[in-house]
Write a protein that binds this ligand. Structure first.
Ligand code: A3P
Length: 317
């Protein structure tokens, strides 16, 4: 009922007010468990932990922000719907990947329960760290595809994004980097987010597939085949002969998607009143663009901290 909704809302607002809060990014972030979150998202995440109903056939795209979420959304949609649509007349040619695949914790102008109304099998996305995922996701056996990216490019992409989404606020690269080093960034610490999914992908390789943006760039067809197999819908011989994996790669490529009217014009409006230009999700789509924005020395500093944090895990960038 609405009175229950209001009382649970005030319950979360109350919890929120007890969390450490820190300024620096476009909005102050709160520290919930080990992670820095936008307050609105912290509330949503707390709420979802017990209320979200995962389904066994759900496919969850998980990522740190700016690590290739938009790309993976498009790929997962194209792979799982490949027999439903013609490549020449595909929904991804007229709809933004961010609108085709919703985030669990960031509803697009609708209630958090919106995803409950979608028919199975659902493809959903999240930036939630593994340890903050709703119980039902980790227990129902659904599959998670995690996309990770080298920290230098992810950081530079974040910094650009942050400066584009806020019209009145700008952050210089040095300040942003200092915060990043302290683990203070949206959904950060960055390394902690990667590590949680990395460990889970080793413990349960049939549940969590861990992919790197850089590998997807260098061997996209191989990665697309891997994703399809992991999701239980491997390409058959006939599809391979017909070049279907290549068609998926081409449709979802940066060149193709970034050039479409649907991805260039207009805004994405979110319930937390964030309005984001659709084009902001497509910037350069390159590996190694960091060198154009931060010094070699800063780059080495990022490498050092990552090495230290990932030590012994087997995860390297
Ligand atoms: P850059 O800012 O380095 O260009 P996310 O989708 O997680 O927000 O990540 C955004 C990053 O992915 C941006 O990186 C963006 O340009 C890049 N990107 C978006 N679509 C892509 C695609 N189809 N292929 C490769 N990279 C893509």
């Amino acid at each position: 009922s609405s009175s229950e909704a209001i009382s649970s809302q005030s319950h979360y607002t109350d919890l929120l007010s007890k969390l450490p809060s820190r300024e620096g990014w476009t909005v102050p972030l709160v520290l919930y468990k080990k992670f820095w979150l936008r307050p609105r998202l912290a509330i949503n995440i707390m709420h979802l932990q017990t209320s979200f109903n995962a389904r066994q056939d759900d496919i969850i795209i998980a990522s740190n922000p700016k690590c290739g979420t938009t790309w993976m959304k498009a790929l997962a949609f194209a792979i799982t719907n490949r027999s439903r649509y013609e490549f020449g007349n595909h929904p991804l040619l007229s709809r933004h990947p961010q609108e085709v695949i919703p985030f669990i914790e960031i509803p697009l102008g609708v209630e958090l329960t919106y995803v409950d109304t979608l028919s199975s099998p659902r493809v959903l996305a999240t930036h939630m760290p593994f340890s903050l995922l709703p119980n039902s996701i980790t227990t129902c056996g659904c599959r998670i595809v995690y996309i990770c990216r080298g920290p230098k490019d992810a950081f530079v992409s974040r910094w650009h994004f942050e400066n584009k989404i806020s019209r009145e606020y700008s952050i210089n690269v040095k300040d942003a980097l200092d915060m990043f080093f302290e683990g203070f960034s949206p959904y950060g610490p960055f390394w902690e987010h990667c590590l949680e999914y990395w460990r889970e992908s080793i413990a349960s390789p049939d549940k969590v597939l861990f992919l790197k943006y850089e590998d997807m760039t260098s061997e996209p067809v191989k990665c697309v085949k891997r994703i399809a197999a992991f999701l239980g819908v491997p390409f058959c011989i006939k599809e391979e002969e017909d070049g279907v994996p290549e068609k998926v790669v081409k449709l979802c490529s940066f060149e193709k998607l970034s050039g479409l009217h649907a991805n260039q014009v207009g805004d994405i409006v979110r319930r937390d009143n964030m309005v984001i230009d659709k084009s902001v999700f497509f910037r350069k789509g390159m590996v190694g663009d960091w060198v154009n924005h931060i010094s070699e020395e800063m780059g080495r500093k990022i490498d050092c901290i990552m090495e230290e944090k990932l030590k012994g895990s087997g995860l390297v960038f």
